[in-house]
Design a protein around this ligand. Sequence first.
Ligand code: ZN
Length: 396
Amino acid sequence: MLAAGMLRRALAVDPQRPDVHEQLFRRTGRAPRGAAAEVEPAALAEAHPYDPWARLRAGRAERDAGRPEAAVEHWRWALFTADLDPVSAQAAFLELARRAEDARGMSQVPVHLFADESVRAHAGWRFRLRLALRAVSDALDPILSTALVPASIQGFDAEDAGAGLSELTAAFQRRGRPDPPRGMLVLLTERHAPARGRSRKLGEAQFLGRRLIARLEEDEILSRVLAHELLHLYGAVHLSERVDSLMNPTGGEWVIRAPNAAILKQTRKRRFGPGGLERNVLSFVDLDATIDAYLAVIRANLALRRAGIQEVLDDVSTPRARAQRLRTVAQLDPHLGDVCSFTARLLWRAQRGPEAVRLFDTAAALYGPRSPEGRAARAQADALLQQLRRSAPAPP
Ligand SMILES: [Zn+2]
């Protein structure tokens, strides 16, 4: 057992050590709530550094003493371990938001973190997930202005599942507990991707939904895969493999290009509660600006896809090589069907009916006309077309 002083010195050297945080947390724990009156707030936070309640009080004391930087530091710590006392962390967030100079204001999103066995095998895994969430929240802050705070940290049993992302997600869904009603659901694994097939993917997210799964590398804290998938929840899309960007699934870039910046500017205030797209996304975006942002991306993406397919057709090597390349081109963006059907919904709301119908048609083609999603998009296109015909003025 290391003394708390030694642990603090270790963290001063490397603040990203989850195992050391865990040990220090076990030694310090929660501040006794009754002791508040006698103990100096700063001393209480020093003795119980991971307790959001102690951090909240210490921050207020620093603010009252005219030391705003120290106050902010305490409140940020309260958010780091928000799952340990969500009420105090919420109060700390409000203090931070009140201080924010940026007139656009800050948002906060609760995140439920779920780890499979491979992640839980490491000492201090809960702190590892808190560190990973804080790192990605800080990295995306310039574009989202949103504090992603841990709401709960749990394990899920995937021992018998394969290493493919859909298998892991299915194992998560079999855990026999309902999903929390509010917040993002972030599933994390450290399992290596299978060597072959579609399951080699490093991450997967529901387009504008609330659940994602990401593979972390061993001991990784700041994860590009996590950041990439998170932005899919905010409606960001793949651009071109030829453009360096965070929204390119390959490569190591973190930059966010103009088309995605335009989308995120609209969606960054979205919510993660019950009620689907209608209540969580559509009520928070400017309809015309969002339509413009997505139409630009769709046009570029479809043009690129056509260019890619032309390249394949021009390829004079074997049919097998052509088929292989065609598959690669077609897999450019698995979300493009979702993007088209979402934009079609926006167009319909904006009373641009004929365009909505055409875009649902495009979505059906992208999904594949025989897939369940393709059929749903087709049915939407037909239904809207019927409505348009009914509402059109009768011929004289
Ligand atoms: Zn992606």
